[in-house]
Design a binder for this molecule. Structure first.
Ligand SMILES: C[S@@+](CC[C@H](N)C(=O)[O-])C[C@H]1O[C@@H](n2cnc3c(N)ncnc32)[C@H](O)[C@@H]1O
Length: 826
């Protein structure tokens, strides 16, 4: 069988193909016999069956299944048939006498009850030939059948619905009582095959030999090559047109010019027996240089030619056609050459030069454009990177056309400003020299104090060095960069939540730019000069926001109440009520007095502005109000996640701690940590190490640990995905199995028992695929695991030797010792 087109082949895998696979039949054609038997019920009654053209054996399998156990079943085919229990198989050509002899030998005195013929000769040349070969084969099968069939026996054959069909049916009717043609459901609709059931063999004593002679039975016996393509007979499409109307003879002559002038010369070669050189013009062709003796001989009898000869005839035809056209061609050649010369003359030399010039200019322009784009891209990249603080200006390697001229920058002392982090720069696009300008809003007000004393100078240097260190650290450590960014965000949030608007107001810009305004002496003045809309400066507002001053404004100025809806609110960490400090203790009063004094001092310098707050604004404490708020939100969302928080909660719930105690605990050395004026490096260090040591209980730690364990036990995404995939695969497998079992349950070709058996087979097959785990068991005891299953081991197991590993190591050791001794001897 030829190589099938994948798409077609797949299309052929229909329901019967799958059913045949399921039920172990070798070919889907098995179902044709099952269906025929269902209709005519001949297998169960038979004791001897001969299957002609039986390979691969599908019909034989069905026969052995449905026929009584001790039946004689013989299968014959050109190709060997794999053995089938209780079936005799012969490798013979059913058209030969040898086959007949072998059958006689096998049958001895027996005669067959059923003769089957499902033969399909090697086909593909033309439809008419295919059909004829099939009909001829059928007649040969019938010839064998009439010789070996019992009276009343059945002959079943496949035939094509061709013009020989009626002739065959006529012959069958002469030999059998009942002749019926049927097409089983499993036979494909696209196939022209049909099955003829000839029952009740009459077994006439004398059979007219014409009944079994193909020349007599079929009208047009010898079908010549009707092939359209003589060059590729194997690849022909099947053609159901049959003979040409009115053409009953196979010998045909055509004129040589018919072949030369034809649009389809291959067809002429296929349908003609001889090509004639009959006219005067044709005679001239005989003298043509390409008309060799071989060509002449080929034209005499086309029927005997092969592919090579047909090709040479076609080549000859091509040469003849060209030579007939030649004079006309020469004329055309002359005219074209003249035209070419004229055209060449027309081409103006100036135009050519102009074109060349245009091209060069164009090239230069594109080159420049590309260069400019490259430079711009590079500049843009650097600016972005610098704004993201990924690089410092000093990191940029500069060429002549580069964005920065460091020497210039340094002359103006800008470099040091850059190092301090003032990155607000604008690029003057029009300026071809690419100079940089710094925007410094306070350039007028702020002058560099050159007479700083040594300590301040040292501190400044230290700050700068620390900043550089941080930058270097940030470059190396992505985590650190993220942390720093987060800290900056928090700082900005603080500023906003404290009533500072985040617009382009100059003062506020300065605020947001100076992250650590309170610790930087450079910016100190700026900060102090900031006017908060209201009466208090930011610093004063922060100061007065402490819970101690909650009722402070109320007594003196009820209209501008600090605690009022529009004033600053105060809140302690734990509870709003707690802030209501009616019973302030003595210590608190002392503190309040000293703090008030401090505030007065500050306000002497600053104008006091009160920041109006929205009614629903969250309150904040002097140090880390936002932190607290965030912690609260996090606790609400995720529950308590630290042992300290759980301990505190437990203490509160169990009433081991009162509110008052909680407030008192709040007043400790960490409560009013003064950060003012402290260098950044010190504050960073403090943030890292100086933390309150809050009490924790064993139960709280246990509770947190349990929670973490539960979290860990949750499957990670990948595991969950893998599990889901596995589930999906199992589901798909089950659906497939269900589909198969449904098909089996619905089929009418099987008994209920067979259905159940096949379904259970399918199920067990699908389960088999699951891998069984093999347990390794170390061989112990006297028998070393040689006697039976070890105790307590279920399922598959494998015995392994505990010594093996140790012995292997020992051998290695001995080996190495031997080697070292040899070396010493040398
Ligand atoms: C369609 S298959 C038969 C399938 C068969 N009924 C089954 O169920 O397995 C046709 C068979 O006819 C065989 N055949 C064709 N011409 C033959 C011949 N002259 N003698 C014996 N077998 C022939 C082919 O070898 C081919 O195996």
């Amino acid at each position: 069988m030829g190589k099938k087109d994948k798409k077609t082949a797949k299309g052929r895998l229909d329901k019967y193909y799958h059913l045949a696979k399921e039920q172990g039949y070798r070919a889907r054609s098995a179902f044709k016999l099952i269906q025929l038997n269902k209709k005519y019920n001949f297998l169960e009654k038979s004791r001897c069956l001969i299957d002609l053209c039986a390979a691969p054996g599908g019909w034989l399998q069905v026969a052995s299944k449905y026929m009584p156990v001790s039946s004689l079943i013989i299968g014959v085919d050109l190709v060997p048939i794999k053995p089938i229990p209780k079936v005799i198989t012969l490798q013979e050509d059913i058209t030969t006498d040898k086959c007949r002899a072998r059958l006689r030998n096998e049958l001895k005195s027996w005669k067959a009850d059923v003769f089957l013929h499902d033969g399909a000769p090697n086909v593909g040349i033309s439809w008419a030939q295919d059909a004829f070969s099939q009909s001829e084969l059928t007649l040969k099968a019938l010839k064998l059948a009439v010789e070996f069939l019992n009276e009343g026996g059945t002959f079943i054959t496949k035939i094509f619905r061709s013009k020989d069909y009626n002739n065959l049916i006529w012959v069958f009717n002469q030999l059998f009582k009942k002749v019926e043609a049927t097409k089983p459901a499993s036979s494909r609709n696209v196939s022209a095959e049909i099955y003829v059931i000839c029952r009740d063999y009459l077994a006439p004593k004398k059979i007219d030999p014409k009944f079994l002679d193909s020349r007599s039975v079929f009208q047009d016996v010898d079908i010549g090559p009707t092939s359209k393509s003589v060059l590729e007979p194997g690849k022909n499409k099947r053609n159901r047109e049959g003979y040409e109307d009115g053409v009953y003879t196979l010998y045909k002559e055509s004129s040589i010019f018919e072949f030369i002038n034809s649009d389809d010369p291959v067809k002429i070669l296929g349908s003609t027996s001889k090509l004639k050189f009959d006219t005067d013009e044709a005679h001239k062709l005989l003298n043509h240089e390409s008309t060799t003796e071989e060509i002449k001989a080929c034209c005499e009898d086309l029927k005997v030619l092969g592919k090579r000869e047909f090709k040479s005839l076609l080549k000859w035809r091509k040469n003849i056609i060209e030579s007939l056209k030649e004079p006309a061609k020469e004329d055309v050649k002359e005219t074209t050459e003249e035209e070419k010369i004229n055209e060449n003359e027309k081409i103006d030399e100036d135009e050519a030069i102009q074109e060349e010039l245009d091209r060069l200019v164009q090239e230069e322009q594109t080159r420049r454009k590309q260069l400019r784009r490259k430079i711009n891209e590079k500049r843009q990249k650097n600016v972005t990177r610098m704004q993201l603080k990924m690089i410092s200006p000093t990191d940029i390697v500069l060429d002549d056309n580069s964005l920065f001229d460091l020497k210039k920058v340094d002359k103006n002392g800008i470099l040091s400003k850059m190092r301090k982090g003032n990155m607000d720069i604008i690029l003057d696009q029009d300026d071809e020299k690419n100079e940089y300008m710094f925007i410094d809003q306070h350039e007028d007000t702020e002058s560099v104090n050159e007479n700083d004393d040594d300590i301040t100078h040292l501190e400044k240097e230290l700050d700068e060095l620390y900043e550089q260190y941080q930058e270097r650290k940030a470059e190396r450590d992505a985590k650190y960069r993220v942390k720093k960014l987060r800290a900056q965000e928090n700082d900005q949030d603080d500023v906003q939540s404290n009533g500072f608007k985040d617009d382009s107001d100059t003062e506020e810009n300065v605020m947001s730019q100076s992250d650590e305004y309170s610790s930087s002496s450079d910016n100190k003045k700026d900060v102090e000069n900031i006017k908060i809309p209201g009466d208090l400066s930011k610093k004063a507002a922060v100061f007065f926001d402490q819970p101690l001053f909650k009722d402070f404004g109320q007594e003196n100025d009820p209209e501008q109440s600090i605690n009022g809806d529009n004033g600053l609110k105060c809140k302690m960490k734990t509870d709003e009520k707690v802030v209501d400090t009616k019973s302030q203790d003595v210590e608190g009063e002392d503190k309040s007095r000293s703090l008030k004094r401090k505030a007065d001092e500050i306000d002497q310098e600053d104008e006091v502005e009160i920041v109006p707050l929205e009614k629903n604004d969250e309150l904040w404490d002097a140090n880390e109000s936002d932190e607290d708020e965030k912690k609260m939100i996090r606790a609400r969302e995720n529950g308590l996640i630290t042992a300290e928080a759980v301990t505190l909660a437990q203490q509160l719930v169990n009433r081991r701690k009162t509110k008052q105690e909680l407030i008192d605990d709040g007043f400790r050395r960490y409560t009013f940590n003064d950060r003012e004026g402290l260098p950044e490096w010190f504050l960073d260090d403090e943030r890292k190490h100086n933390k309150p040591n809050l009490p924790i209980t064993k139960e709280a730690v246990e509770a947190i640990r349990e929670r973490m364990k539960a979290l860990n036990a949750r499957p990670i995404k990948k595991v969950a995905e893998a599990k889901a995939k596995k589930k999906f695969r199992a589901f798909k497998k089950l659906a497939k199995l269900q589909k198969k079992t449904n098909a089996i349950a619905e089929t009418s070709e099987m008994t209920e028992g067979e259905k159940a058996q096949t379904i259970s087979k399918l199920i067990s097959k699908s389960q088999k695929k699951m891998k069984k785990e093999v347990k390794l068991v170390v061989a112990k005891g006297l028998s070393k695991g040689k006697k039976g299953r070890p105790k307590g081991v279920k399922g598959r197991y494998k015995m392994v030797d505990a010594r093996m590993k140790k012995e292997a190591r020992a051998m290695k050791r001995v080996d190495q010792k031997g080697k070292s001794k040899k070396r010493q001897k040398r």
